[in-house]
Write a protein of this length. Structure first.
Length: 78
């Protein structure tokens, strides 16, 4: 698997930490705020890329329904 971009890794790490602390996934707005970006579009692109790479699973239509896969866990650790 091709290495994640810096921003994709940061996004995945934030989601992982948020789930570990709060026991539920963050919203796209919470991800944008944590990463210091104003565009939800860029967050959506990173989430889509992480999903395509098999690092993240999301349920359409539910903002907080996302899970980090085993591949995603491995990508964060590497």
């Amino acid at each position: 698997m091709k290495a994640l971009s810096k921003r994709q890794r940061e996004t995945l790490e934030f989601i992982r930490e948020h789930i570990a602390i709060r026991k539920y996934a963050p919203t796209q707005r919470e991800i944008a705020d944590a990463l210091g970006v104003s565009s939800l579009g860029s967050v959506k692109q990173h989430l889509a890329a992480l999903e395509l790479r098999g690092c993240l699973r999301r349920e359409p239509g539910t903002p907080r329904a996302m899970w980090i896969t085993e591949r995603g866990e491995a990508a964060v650790r590497s």
